[in-house]
Design a binder for this molecule. Structure first.
Ligand code: GRF
Length: 189
């Protein structure tokens, strides 16, 4: 019962794992019907396969960072075919634009490791540390056509502690992410 989720990720998939754990624990009424990655080596695909979840590799036609239109179209078709009604970006490293945005209007969520609108883009925890911020955090938002913009669903902070390294701060933020993403999906539904 509940929502049918499609997940897009490029990396380890720890956030997808947190979503699966919340589903298993009965705290999130949803199921993940498909996991797609632009990186055939990404561990998120392995995690999905181990759970018997359908997976697919997004063929970005050799582009290193762009998400070409044809690949977005194929992704949209696969998500629809899998019955997804909500798309969760979980460490997906390409900017989602049209036509994928139009296929799921206001139905694509993203998790970002900062207190947006502060520190959009890559490795935000390093940006926060370099800026001497006293707080960092995590945001789940609806995806629009900007980079890490769009209406915020949930946001929470963690302290930056004296002696923090990029790694120690990242660990603290990731623990928060894993709690916040399932919460945001529940709240959004
Ligand atoms: C997370 O830090 C997320 O906020 C960012 O990319 C990372 C993905 O980690 N957008 P994982 O693949 O979910 O482990």
């Amino acid at each position: 019962m509940g929502m049918v989720l499609g997940v897009l990720g490029s990396g380890s998939g720890s956030n997808m794992q947190a979503i699966l754990d919340a589903i298993d624990a009965g705290t999130l009424a949803a199921r993940i019907s498909i996991v797609l990655s632009d990186n055939p080596e990404a561990f998120i695909l392995e995690r999905a396969r181990q759970r018997g979840i359908q997976t697919a590799v997004i063929d970005c036609r050799g582009f290193k960072t762009r998400f070409p239109e044809v690949a977005q179209q194929e992704t949209a078709m696969q998500l629809k075919a899998a019955g997804a009604d909500l798309v969760c970006l979980a460490g997906f490293l390409r900017l989602v634009k049209r036509p994928l945005l139009d296929a799921f209007p206001e139905r694509i969520l993203n998790i970002h490791p900062s207190l947006l609108p502060a520190f959009p883009g890559l490795e935000s925890w390093k940006q926060a540390l370099a800026a001497g911020a006293s707080e960092a955090g995590c945001t789940v938002h609806v995806v629009d056509d900007g980079m890490d913009t769009g209406p915020i669903i949930v946001q929470e902070s963690v302290p930056v502690l004296a002696g923090d390294t990029a790694e120690s701060l990242h660990v603290r933020i990731q623990a928060l992410e894993h709690r916040l993403y399932p919460e945001a999906i529940r709240k959004f539904s």
